[in-house]
Design a protein around this ligand. Structure first.
Ligand code: FAD
Ligand code: SIN
Length: 508
């Protein structure tokens, strides 16, 4: 298979770059490869919204820039922050032009919410289903474009590279188990996050770090992998791996965090209280949990205007009810869980990686925007801005004669025996538990060293399995999860200064 532009991933990052290329070059082919249903992505689950400076009276770019820099704890790239924040309004307009609906005030202006770390109301949203609405609109738009083809249930396994140049990717067709090469002039990684490396995450099952693992295998530069963001308020669901998020916008709406005994504790830690940045709120909850030995803390919404609450947060209200929690009278049990990777594949201002003809955008990339900790609702914004940066670069770049034929070794397809699904599932769970326990909100070198040793053993075991068995999607995901866990742990060991979402204690 051959295409002009190959995009891996159909979340906000992949779809928006596809739409722009399709519009600009009606005669060129754009192929999107995606491993599940086309709409399954972290994007679909985004609740709070997109941070954009809209209100020119109380808010301005400088304030948003400053909030992002403060949250990033000194490690953001200031130029990137300025660029992303200033591009926000234009990129939001495009999203609206593609048919995305955002909530409006009775005066017809965009309704702006507030979230942790923001000095102003500036988060545009669609109730508590912003991501679902965005994904709906841009996917519908992509299906309209004659020159965009979407291959769902196709799992990208490895990039095709030679001499640090990318020629496309190998793809596992999940329906027939065959591996096919897809050649492209330009390849864009938009494969999203890594949440499934942890036993508890807000991310869906697709978030296994595949694009980052592929990039690592081609020796692309990756950065800041130790900065894992934990969202302070996921619904306490001890048995679930993908937990349900209680949006930060609920705290922006006035909900307070309490201990089991009803003590409102956040003001003991930060003057901004419940709306301190995520790293601070998550660490404070962790401290409270250790002190009390309780399994969760609580979010109290009972004092809020319940009609307005139901209108703003219908999904949260319904999901809580389904779990037996009536927010009008019950406190919501919450815990911090893995939510976002601030690091990723290093890209320049054009979204270009260190490998020729290979680009990355969205959560799998590292642009320098987030530093040590991402400001709430800056992720969808970053994906929109960087897909536009990539588009602007490619708009000016001729298609190269960049196709390279490759013989696919029979090894990929001729082994008849697949690994037992149960063995892979158990392996995955062991990895998730290990990462959750040893590479969480508070880390220490002793546990990190043990974890690294274990990961290297697992990596070897995986190599042995790969040589013997026919590989499946589950196996590739497991292999990728191990590949990505290794730098998270190794970078954590190397880091000597606590910053933002990274905290290492000195173990006695
Ligand atoms: P994704 O949307 O995750 O898309 C990745 C795509 O790549 C998927 O289509 C996936 O199937 C595909 N893929 C992955 N691996 C492969 C492979 N090997 N082969 C083929 N396809 C592959 N951010 C905000 O700014 N505001 C919010 O309010 C907000 N709320 C959030 C709430 C939740 C519950 C979660 C989980 C995240 C939230 N975030 C929010 C973060 C934000 O949603 C994500 O960072 C962002 O949507 C990532 O977009 P993306 O396009 O990079 O990746
Ligand atoms: C939320 O709604 O709390 C998530 C916002 C984000 O991840 O930026």
């Amino acid at each position: 298979m051959e295409t002009d532009y190959l995009i891996l991933g159909s979340g906000i990052a992949g779809l928006t770059v596809a739409l722009k290329l399709a519009q600009e070059f009606p005669d060129r082919k754009i192929l999107i490869v995606t491993k599940s249903n086309a709409d399954e992505s972290n994007t679909k689950y985004a609740q709070g919204g997109i941070a954009v400076v809209i209100d020119g009276i109380d808010d301005d770019f400088e304030k948003h820039i400053n909030d992002t820099l403060v949250c990033g704890d000194g490690l953001c790239n200031r130029e990137v922050v300025k660029m992303v924040v200033k591009e926000g309004p234009k990129r939001l307009k495009e999203l609206i032009d593609w048919g995305t609906n955002f909530d409006l005030t009775i005066d017809g202006n965009l309704d702006l919410a507030k979230e942790g770390g923001h000095s102003n109301h500036r988060v545009v949203h669609h109730k508590d289903q912003t991501g679902r609405e965005i994904e709906r609109a841009i996917l519908a738009e992509a299906y309209q474009k004659k020159n965009i083809k979407i291959l769902d249930f196709h799992f990208a396994t490895d990039l095709i590279t030679e001499s640090n140049c990318c020629y496309g990717t190998l793809v596992l067709d999940e329906k027939n188990g065959r591996i096919i090469p897809i050649y492209a002039h330009f390849t864009i990684l938009a494969t999203g996050g890594i949440g499934q490396l942890y036993k508890q995450t807000t991310n869906p099952l697709i978030a296994t770090g595949d694009g980052i693992a592929m990039a690592i295998r081609t020796n692309a530069i990756i950065k800041d992998m130790e900065f894992i963001q934990f969202h302070p308020t996921a619904l306490y669901m001890p048995k679930a791996t993908s937990t349900f998020l209680i949006s930060e916008a609920v705290r922006g709406f006035g909900a307070s965090l309490k201990t089991k005994k009803g003590r409102r504790f956040m003001l003991d830690y930060d003057a901004r209280g419940e709306l301190a940045s995520r790293d601070i709120v998550s660490r404070s909850i962790e401290t409270e949990l250790k002190k009390s030995e309780n399994p969760c803390v609580y979010l109290d919404c009972t004092h809020l205007d319940i009609l307005a609450f139901k209108n703003h947060f219908p999904t949260i209200y319904e999901n809580c009810l389904l779990s037996g929690i009536d927010v009008t009278k019950d406190w919501i049990p919450v815990i911090p869980t893995q939510h976002y990777l601030c690091g990723g594949i290093s890209v320049d201002k054009n979204g270009m990686t260190s490998v020729e003809n290979l680009f990355a955008c969205g959560e799998c990339s590292h642009t320098g925007l987030h530093g040590a900790n991402r400001l709430a609702s800056n992720s969808l914004l970053e994906a929109l801005v960087y897909s536009n940066q990539i588009f602007n670069f490619l708009k000016k770049t001729d298609l190269k004669n960049n196709t390279k034929k490759m013989i696919i070794s029979d090894d990929f397809t001729c082994k008849n025996k697949s690994l037992d699904k149960k063995i892979i599932a158990q392996f995955k769970e062991d990895l998730q538990k290990c990462m959750q326990k040893n590479v969480g909100i508070v880390r220490n070198n002793t546990d990190l060293e043990k974890t690294l040793e274990q990961l290297l053993i697992w990596e070897k075991e995986c190599q042995e399995m790969e040589s013997k068995y026919r590989v499946t999607k589950d196996f590739w995901e497991l292999k990728n999860m191990i590949t990505v866990s290794i730098p998270i742990v190794a970078f954590s060991l190397k880091r000597t200064e606590n910053k933002g979402s990274f905290f290492k204690e000195q173990k006695l």
